[in-house]
Design a protein around this ligand. Structure first.
Ligand code: ADE
Ligand code: ZN
Length: 339
């Protein structure tokens, strides 16, 4: 060998845990067309470009309308497994080492797709994620807050009765006008069954929904939470308790929760000492996976390697992983920082 050794450049992104990812939000337009063809479904779009052109959202509801409509192509267990494997393959290239993945079972039940099919298909793909993609994974069933709480409770009972492979429950869909307290019974029952509890709060809804999710639903993680920044006292509490907050910058831009990325509160949240981590929400709809979110915030806010390592460590510590696996992944973050 001749010449001096080439210094190895640091890998661009640290190993991360993806904690805020709706599996149905990973349906890429190409896959929507493939699955529609597989199931003999005719779509109301001319082609992939026509569909993609509709990814112009004015708010959360305008996105949810398309998100729920496109789920029509998910019919068989195989469809759910195909979608999930596609996500895992892409996430592995983004540096995701662990993922806690949301599924919306009610959205499938409403179309006549039973729990065994939706949960079974996703869980089948997740079962080999470690072997296939070096990624540990778990599943969280999210309830739709714009549907009756009684329905959520009945679905939860069914999930418990079938011993569904879920680690916890979440709360999502249209937020404004649907405060967390409507779902007290559902979350009480989930805790009693030994399930972890998280909830979307403070995405479009007011800061009071964040307090309510903590005080009434006793969640251990807040999904989004960006509107906390409107309430100084709440920020102090969230810092003091180090409540995990799963922030999704590209989602917030695309759903117009912020005017543009430069106006995103992320730097202020970090500066305040909040326990924030970065996630992708519905990556196929919002223009990027976890690496894209990190790349964009890194360049927009000129984040240092140390800040990136902090965000990565927060994501790992905010996960529901056992301490030992958290320790292994935190050591990987340390190693990345000192490369
Ligand atoms: N379901 C899928 N994505 C969502 C989001 N960003 N907010 C609320 N519900 C969702
Ligand atoms: Zn979400």
């Amino acid at each position: 060998m001749s010449g001096s050794p080439v210094p190895s450049s640091p890998s661009p992104l640290p190993p991360m845990a993806e904690l805020h990812l709706h599996i149905e939000g990973t349906l890429e337009p190409e896959l929507i067309f493939d699955l529609a063809a597989r199931n003999g479904i005719s779509l109301p779009y001319q082609d992939v470009n026509d569909l993609r052109a509709r990814y112009e959202f004015t708010d959360l509801q305008s996105f949810l309308d398309l998100y729920y409509a496109n789920m029509a192509v998910l019919v068989t267990e195989e469809d759910f497994a195909t979608m999930t494997t596609g996500y895992l393959r892409r996430a592995a290239t983004a540096g995701v080492r662990h993922a806690e993945i949301f599924i919306d079972p009610q959205a499938h039940l409403a179309r006549g797709v039973d729990l065994a099919t939706s949960i079974g298909g996703v869980a089948r793909a997740l079962a080999t994620s470690r072997a296939d993609f070096g990624m540990s994974t778990s599943l969280i069933a999210a309830f739709l807050r714009d549907q009756p709480a009684d329905e959520a409770l009945a679905v939860l009972e069914d999930l418990i009765a079938m011993d569904a492979p879920i680690i916890g429950i979440g709360l999502d869909s249209a937020e404004v006008g649907h405060p967390p307290s409507e779902f007290t019974q559902v979350f009480d029952r989930a805790r009693e069954a030994g399930l972890e509890c998280v909830a979307h709060a403070g995405e479009e809804g007011p800061p009071a929904y964040i307090s309510e999710a903590l005080d009434v639903l006793h969640v251990s993680r807040i999904d989004h939470g960006i509107r906390a920044m409107e309430d100084d006292e709440l920020v102090l509490r969230l810092v003091e308790e180090q409540v995990p907050m799963t922030v999704c910058p590209l989602s917030n831009v695309r759903l117009r929760a912020v005017t543009d990325l430069a106006a995103h509160p992320l730097p202020r949240m970090i500066e305040a000492g909040l326990n924030v981590s970065i996630h992708s929400d519905d990556p196929s709809y919002f223009g990027g996976y976890l690496d894209d979110n990190l790349d964009r915030v890194t360049s927009t806010f000129e984040l240092s390697q140390a800040t990136l390592a902090l965000l990565a460590a927060n994501s790992i510590r905010s996960s529901f992983l056992p301490e030992q696996r958290q320790g292994e992944l935190l050591a990987e973050v340390e190693a990345w920082l000192s490369e």
